[in-house]
Every structure is written in structure tokens, then in C-alpha cells.
Design a protein around this ligand. Structure first.
Ligand SMILES: Nc1ncnc2c1ncn2[C@@H]1O[C@H](COP(=O)(O)OP(=O)(O)OP(=O)(O)O)[C@@H](O)[C@H]1O
Ligand SMILES: [Mg+2]
Length: 489
């Protein structure tokens, strides 16, 4: 018996599919559901599978005994291909073993014993159709839910992005809280740092020792669009050339005796993120060539390998040297210098940051009192004066060390006075005090000279050769001054 297969109609209610090789059964059942539920029929298993592909079927009722394919076999296939369809088997008492197996393996949802009672069968099919409709609805809701959750996530991400932009627009600043400075010199620098954060350009950070070059490099990375990827730092002056090369570029297995396996270098590690090359001015010439290639081609080669590896790395570099002078002196490649010095952040020495010493001193005092859990009541006016008068050749790091030591030496409740400050800081202070502004120039200079020489001798444990070298005079000249100025050494 053939069945007319119509294309799927999405709006039509799902059909019940009746499969039996007995034409009479088919006719009978068709009449039973006639108007209430659309009925499809098939006389073999393969035909039934074709109907299932063509129209939406909610319930399938199959006879167990059919020539081509048994009912359980057919329902087993339906379970695989159309799991939502509710499967019912028509079965005679003799098939009870097959039936039990089919129910246990989930192929059959329900069974109707032959000969069936029409009212029972109609009810079974009706409730099976309800089950099918509920399953469909559930699946649709789940799908809708998943879509809504995804939309919500997307909206959240957009909101977050908008928030960041808004925050920047309102405050006009980034999270640069750990860079302290209100002096005009530092404000100018902070402006450039913000530019460096917004762009993805290569940045050269220049400044004397201890001015905060690494602090700036981290701030640029952690505020930039690369902040979720790695920040990798490498000092280019602290390693022998061969080691620096393996660190940066990695190596292939067998590249040298100890290379027992492949190793990624720091450039690959930093992929997608930022590479901070500290003390770039100390990078050996041959390494400079290799770095230039990374910048120009955006790829690295592991030592001992010819395979280029693409990397997307932003380079920040730092130096206390004047790179332009290094270029003129032939110690630094000009082409590399131009590649590195796209955006320049200059960190002024602390002595040029008017007003910042006090602010930084307070910041470090808070930091170290909190860390040592030792409450202190600030600095005495004399200590403040000594700190502001000092020239801080070691810049912010020197100031930080100075305060850390003072906190370590202080007793709980103390106000930090000059006695807790180092000879370097107080020495300058004594020097300034020595020049009381009275008397002749010759007399005042004499006093300052006496203090300087005394200080140098103390620093060098009375060693005249070292002291003379530090002061840039001969030992004989120093001896003469010691006698002349009546220094007790
Ligand atoms: N503007 C600043 N605000 C707060 N702390 C700072 C600031 N600048 C530097 N520091 C602190 O001073 C110390 C030295 O800073 P950093 O290591 O960044 O200096 P550097 O320029 O890299 O020094 P070097 O040339 O010796 O490597 C660090 O402990 C850092 O936290
Ligand atoms: Mg540094």
C-alpha cells in the first residue's frame, strides 16, 4: 500500500503515523482518528521512515510483525533519528519477550495489546500526542532560554565596555593610582602615559635609575586593551648574550647540547600581550638585529629552527641611557632606535618634581607603617625639610628605601625625625645648615668644603685614597686640605 507524501507544513498539527502490513488495520485506525488528528499510514518500516522525514509526526503506532522490518526494529531506528516522536507498539500476547526487551531499552514508550479496544487505543494515542507536544514545547523554551541568556551576556559585555568608556570620559583618567605625582613635570608625563595607553604603539620609557620606569610599563599594559593577556618583562643587561637569546626566542630540540626538548621563548609567551624590555640600551648588537626582525616581520624563530612563528606582541622598552647618544657612538642600531622610540615617556628625576617628595614620603610612610603594623605619627618639620632639601640621586627608589628604613628603626608612636634618616639625606641638610648665609664667601665656602671632605672620609672609613678618588682630587691635594681645614681624620 502506498502513501502520498506531502511536504512538511510547519503550521499543521503533528500527525500520528500508523504502520502495519494489514491494509484492514490501517483503514480501521484511519477512521478512528479521522477528523481529530491527522493520520498518516505506511505498510512497511522503510516506508514509515520516509514519512517521518517528510512530515512532522508526533506519535508512531507500529505493529510488531511485519515482513521487511519488525516493529521493534523500526521503533529502535525512530528512537535514534527522531527521538522526540512518542513510540507505541501494537502487539500480540505471543510477542511478550520482545516487548519487554523493547520497553527496557527505551525503544517503546507504550504498548497496546491486540486485539485492541478502540476507545483505549484512541486514549493512549491522545495522551501520547500530549506528551509529544509538551516535549516540543520544552525544547523550544530551552532553545529560547539559551538564546536569551546569550543575548543577556552580550548586553552585559557591551554595558561593561560602555561603562569603562564613560568612566574615562567623566574622570578623564585611567587607573594610574600607583603612579604618584602632582608636580607640573609629572603631570606632563602622565598625559603622555595616557596617550600610550590609548594607542598600541611601541613605547620607549626614559629616566634615571629609580624614577619609576617599570611602574610606568606595568601601568601602560594593565590599562591597555591588552590587559587580559600577559605582561612579560626581561632585563636585557643582566644575562650573558647566549642566555638572553634563548630566553627571548626559545629553542628547538637539539639546538645545543642541553636542549633536550623544544622550548617557547618569552616573545611567544607574550603573544597577544606586552613585552617589556628593560635596560634596552645594554642589549648586545647581535641581539639588536634579531629584535629588529621581530619588530619588522612580527615573527620569531626559535634557535636551531627555521620555522617562523607569528607573534602579536607590543614592545615597551626602558633605559636610563641617552639612546640617541648611544646611536651616535655606534653602540646602538639607528634603525632599531627609530622602531623603539615611537612614543616617548620621559620620567623626570625626583629633584625636578616640585612638591612630589612630600607626597611620596607620606605615601611610603603609610605603606610601610601598614605593612609593619607600627603606628607612627608622621614626620617632624626638620625631617620634612631634610627630605625636601635632599637631591635624591637614586630618585623615588631612594626615597622609598629611606622611608622603609626609618619605619624599621622607629618605635611605635614615634614621629619620624632626622635621627632616623640616613647620613646621605641628613648630610646634605648639614651642608645646607653649614652655610648659614653669614660671613664672607671665602669663609662660607671653607665651611662647606670642610663638611664635604669630612663626610667623604667618614663614608670611606678614613681611607684617603678612596676619598680623594671620589672627590676627584689627588691624595696629596686631599692631605693638604685636611691640614689646612683642620679636619680631624
Ligand atoms: N610615581 C611613583 N609613585 C609611586 N611609587 C613609585 C613611583 N615611581 C617609582 N615608584 C616606586 O619606586 C620604586 C622604583 O621604581 P621602578 O622600579 O619602576 O624604577 P626604575 O626606573 O625601573 O628603576 P631602575 O632604572 O633602577 O630599574 C618602585 O618600588 C616603585 O614602586
Ligand atoms: Mg627598572
Amino acid at each position: 500500500m502506498s502513501n502520498s507524501i506531502s511536504p512538511p507544513e510547519p503550521s499543521a498539527p503533528p500527525a500520528v503515523l500508523i504502520v502495519d502490513d494489514e491494509p484492514n488495520t490501517l483503514t480501521l485506525l484511519k477512521q478512528l482518528f479521522g477528523r481529530e488528528i491527522p493520520v498518516r499510514t505506511a505498510s512497511t518500516g522503510p516506508e514509515a521512515l520516509r514519512v517521518l522525514e517528510a512530515v512532522e509526526v508526533g506519535v508512531i503506532v507500529a505493529d510488531q510483525r511485519m515482513p521487511d522490518m519488525s516493529g521493534t526494529e523500526l521503533l529502535g531506528q525512530v528512537m535514534q533519528r527522531h527521538p522526540d516522536v512518542v513510540r507505541i507498539m501494537l502487539t500480540a500476547f505471543a510477542d511478550i519477550d520482545t516487548l519487554t526487551e523493547a520497553i527496557n531499552t527505551g525503544k517503546v514508550f507504550q504498548y497496546v495489546a491486540k486485539p485492541w479496544d478502540n476507545r483505549d487505543l484512541a486514549m493512549t494515542v491522545r495522551s501520547a500526542m500530549e506528551t509529544y507536544n509538551l516535549r516540543r514545547k520544552n525544547a523550544q523554551l530551552l532553545e529560547q532560554n539559551t538564546r536569551l541568556v546569550e543575548e543577556l551576556r552580550q548586553a552585559n559585555r557591551e554595558l561593561e565596555r560602555e561603562n569603562i568608556t564613560l568612566k574615562r570620559a567623566v574622570t578623564g583618567s585611567y587607573q594610574l593610582d600607583n603612579i604618584i605625582g602632582v608636580s607640573p613635570a609629572m603631570k606632563k608625563t602622565l598625559g603622555v602615559i595616557e596617550k600610550a595607553i590609548e594607542s598600541d604603539a611601541t613605547v620607549l620609557i626614559h629616566g634615571e635609575t629609580g624614577t619609576g620606569k617599570e611602574v610606568v610599563a606595568r601601568a601602560v599594559h594593565y590599562n591597555s586593551s591588552r590587559r587580559d593577556r600577559k605582561f612579560v618583562a626581561q632585563n636585557c643587561g643582566s644575562l650573558p648574550e647566549a642566555l638572553l637569546e634563548t630566553e627571548l626566542f626559545g629553542h628547538a630540540k637539539g639546538a645545543f647540547t642541553s636542549a633536550d626538548k623544544d622550548r617557547r621563548g618569552l616573545f611567544e609567551e607574550a603573544d597577544g600581550g606586552t613585552m617589556f624590555l628593560d635596560e634596552i640600551g645594554d642589549m648586545p648588537m647581535t641581539m639588536q638585529v634579531k629584535l629588529l626582525r621581530v619588530l619588522e616581520e612580527g615573527e620569531v624563530r626559535r634557535i636551531g629552527s627555521n620555522e617562523p612563528v607569528r607573534v602579536d606582541v607590543r614592545i615597551l622598552s626602558a633605559t636610563h641611557k641617552n639612546l640617541r647618544e648611544e646611536v651616535e657612538a655606534g653602540r646602538f642600531r639607528r634603525d632599531l632606535y627609530y622602531r623603539l622610540d615611537v612614543l616617548r615617556v620621559h620620567l623626570p628625576p625626583l629633584r625636578e618634581r616640585d612638591g612630589d617628595v612630600m607626597l611620596l614620603a607620606k605615601h611610603f610612610l603609610d605603606k610601610y607603617t601598614a605593612r609593619s603594623r607600627k603606628p607612627l605619627s608622621g614626620l617632624t618639620p626638620a625631617a620634612i625639610q631634610a627630605l625636601t632639601d635632599h637631591s635624591f640621586p637614586g630618585n623615588v627608589r631612594e626615597l622609598e628605601n629611606e622611608i622603609e628604613r626609618a619605619v624599621a628603626l622607629a618605635n611605635p608612636g614615634d614621629t619620624v625625625d632626622v635621627d632616623l634618616l640616613s647620613a646621605e639625606v641628613v648630610g646634605d641638610r648639614k651642608l645646607a645648615a653649614a652655610d648659614n648665609g653669614n660671613g664672607s664667601l671665602r669663609g662660607r665656602l671653607r665651611e662647606v668644603e670642610r663638611r664635604l671632605i669630612t663626610q667623604e672620609l667618614i663614608k670611606n672609613d678614613g681611607n684617603r685614597t678612596h676619598s680623594a678618588a671620589k672627590l676627584g682630587i689627588s691624595v696629596r691635594a686631599l692631605q693638604k686640605k685636611i691640614n689646612l681645614l683642620e679636619i680631624k681624620a
